[in-house]
Design a protein around this ligand. Structure first.
Ligand code: HDL
Ligand code: ZN
Length: 410
């Protein structure tokens, strides 16, 4: 059997531990999005649609979810070929669910999804995607989600929690009254008492969530060290908290929030980060472990080189605007050639349950190509890999390296 087929077969059959999604445990009810309308109004497709639509943004937002989905379906799938990665993803997902999008109109797709029993559909999607566990994005600052965190919440053990702290680090002045209302005696001025109370807040929610790591997304302007609230809170609260809990700190670097606010969640952009901040964090905190992904293509090579310098840095994912086949091949090959298998090539970032199917099918396709190419080169140098070795490497890349990195400090 040709090498690529051997690799593809193993990649397709290896279960995945998805380290970052916006999905919710079924216990969170309607917070877990699924079905054709949620797939169509995914913010990636909203921004693409507005390249063709000349209606005022507000008219779109005033419409119902179904009306928005119908407009997007017409615009990106009927009036134009769905060649973008986010559009092709919906076609892949429908195909894997046994639905031929070309023969199905939107009402019949809606009917099909509406007829799926939620619990059975969740099992089916996880099985089709080959996802064994996934990490949610859990924020104490999200009023809707916080209401679900009651002692009697029934958790699905496959849906792991991750503590998301953007509002704490990026909007400190707004976070202060919220923390005080929750009983944490913080003050706007940053001092030892406030650091202690922020650490208590982080510890309380880490235990409430049983969070596996804590995470923040940061703008291109992020610097460390720096005379900023963000840098101070990271140094005096987040990093000591992570050391106390044996928890990794995940940084997602390079997002420019609300570049076009009229697009709402679809309005964020990208900018190059100064990775000296990450270098300084890793160098000054050898007892902390950092997961990191960069949104800008221009930052990818420096991130990989930094990972060669710091074993407490684990690069992950082709995040958001870099989650395209071409960039995934470029970045994954770069990482394999410079890091071997000590990184995690992808996370799904899924917001809608059914997206897991396409995000992982498309990833497995590219990962197999990149790996097979490396094994071909090895073979040409006289080193033929066995199937057992391929399986070991693929298991590493699809979650085992990430899980071991998380455990390293506990
Ligand atoms: O900050 C993040 O976690 C990003 O993934 C954003 O949620 C973004 O909107 C997204 O969904 N990207 O894939
Ligand atoms: Zn995300």
């Amino acid at each position: 059997m040709p090498l690529l087929n051997r690799v593809q077969k193993i990649v397709d059959a290896t279960p995945i531990h998805d380290l970052h999604t916006h999905l919710y445990d079924p216990g969170f009810g309607s917070l877990l999005l699924r079905g054709i309308d949620d797939l169509l109004v995914y913010h990636y497709l909203v921004s693409e649609s507005f390249r063709h639509l000349d209606l005022p943004y507000e008219h779109f937002w005033a419409a119902s979810k179904e009306e928005q989905a119908t407009r997007i379906w017409q615009c990106l799938f009927q009036d134009h070929s769905p060649v973008s990665e986010a559009c092709r993803g919906i076609i892949t997902t429908l195909q894997c669910l046994g639905l031929d999008a070309r023969r199905r109109d939107l009402p019949s797709l809606r009917k099909w999804f509406a007829a799926q029993k939620p619990a059975r559909h969740i099992e089916r999607v996880l099985e089709l995607a080959g996802v064994e566990t996934l990490c949610m994005t859990n924020s104490p600052f999200d009023d809707e989600e916080r209401a679900y965190w009651k002692p009697d919440l029934q958790r699905d053990p496959r849906f792991l929690a991750a503590l998301r702290i953007d509002p704490l680090l990026m909007a400190w002045k707004t976070a202060v009254p919220q923390l005080r209302a929750w009983g944490y005696a913080v003050t706007p001025s940053l001092n030892a008492r406030t650091a202690g109370e922020v650490r208590r807040f982080l510890r309380d929610w880490t235990h409430q969530f049983s969070a596996h790591y804590c995470m923040v997304s940061l703008p291109p302007s992020f610097r460390y060290p720096a005379d900023t609230e963000t840098a101070w809170l990271i140094e005096h609260a987040v990093l000591p908290h992570c050391r106390d809990e044996g928890q990794a700190f995940a940084l997602m670097l390079g997002v420019k929030r609300a570049v076009n606010p009229a697009l709402r969640m679809a309005g964020d952009g990208v900018g190059g980060s100064d990775l000296a901040a990450l270098q300084n964090l890793c160098a000054a905190n050898s007892k902390n472990r950092f997961l990191a992904t960069c949104l800008a293509r221009e930052n990818q090579h420096e991130l990989v080189v930094l990972a060669r310098k710091f074993r407490n840095l684990h690069p992950f994912g082709c995040w958001w605007f870099t989650n395209t086949p071409q960039l995934m091949r470029e970045v994954t090959t770069m990482r394999l050639e410079l890091l071997g298998t000590s990184f995690t090539p992808q996370h799904s970032d899924a917001r809608v349950l059914d997206q897991l199917i396409y995000k992982w099918r498309h990833t497995r396709e590219q990962l197999a190509k990149c790996l097979a190419e490396r094994y071909e080169a090895l073979g040409a140098s006289g080193w033929r890999v066995t199937d057992a070795e391929i399986q070991r490497d693929v298991t590493e890349l699809l979650g085992a390296a990430f899980q071991r990195f998380l455990r390293a400090g506990s």
